[in-house]
Design a protein around this ligand. Structure first.
Ligand code: PRP
Ligand code: MN
Ligand code: MG
Length: 184
């Protein structure tokens, strides 16, 4: 699939699934330790986090409810504009809930920084972030991300929810895009 468009595989399907199981166990243990009894509220950030959200929710050994928010900062460009738009808001009030934002990637951090402020103002009981990927070299604004799957180099990556111009989200692994794809 996508013959000649993927330059390399950065994180394999197996590595993703192993990491998800590890994160799910750790996160369940942390919430149990903190005495959280009610269901966790996962807020998946559409569209990038959709694959991670569904795999993570199924791996999590404690009950969790699913909500989605859609925000967009990139359009079809490969670098962040810093402009965040709400395309779809949550369907309900999160006041008093234990909220865990589920993201695919922290790149510049602008999306999450904005989202954390936005959700914090709705008075959840707790608010944390779990991101599958993070690019430490690309961070423009410092965001408190409690759970990170993989720190990756500052290269443009696609797959497992991450797109370039809406393509490649359906790959089961994370790969780097051949530069010819976005230079043409
Ligand atoms: C991507 C990605 C993160 C965000 C990270 O989403 O899924 O949500 O950018 O970038 P940042 O840290 O520089 O803000 P995008 O806006 O492309 O929307 P999408 O999830 O629908 O692809
Ligand atoms: Mn996204
Ligand atoms: Mg995108």
């Amino acid at each position: 699939m996508y013959e000649g468009e993927i330059a390399s595989v950065l994180v394999t399907e197996q590595q993703i699934q192993d990491k998800i199981n590890e994160l799910a166990k750790q996160i369940a243990a942390d919430y149990a330790r903190d005495g959280v009894t009610g269901d966790l509220l996962l807020v998946g950030v559409l569209k990038g986090a959709v694959m991670f959200m569904t795999d993570f929710a199924r791996a999590l050994p404690i009950p969790a409810q699913l909500e989605f928010m859609a925000v967009s900062s990139y359009g079809s460009a490969t670098s962040s504009s810093g402009v965040v738009r709400i395309l779809k808001d949550l369907d309900r009030d999160i006041a008093g809930k234990h909220v865990l934002i589920v993201e695919d990637i922290v790149d510049s951090g602008l999306t999450l920084s904005w989202l954390l402020k936005n959700l914090a103002s709705r008075n959840p009981a707790s608010l944390e972030v779990c991101s599958l990927l993070r690019k430490p070299e690309a961070v423009k604004v410092d965001v408190p991300v409690k759970y990170v799957g993989f720190d990756i180099p500052n290269e443009f990556v696609v797959g497992y929810g991450l797109d370039y111009a809406e393509r490649y989200r359906d790959l089961p692994y994370i790969g780097t895009l051949d530069p010819k794809v976005y230079s043409s």
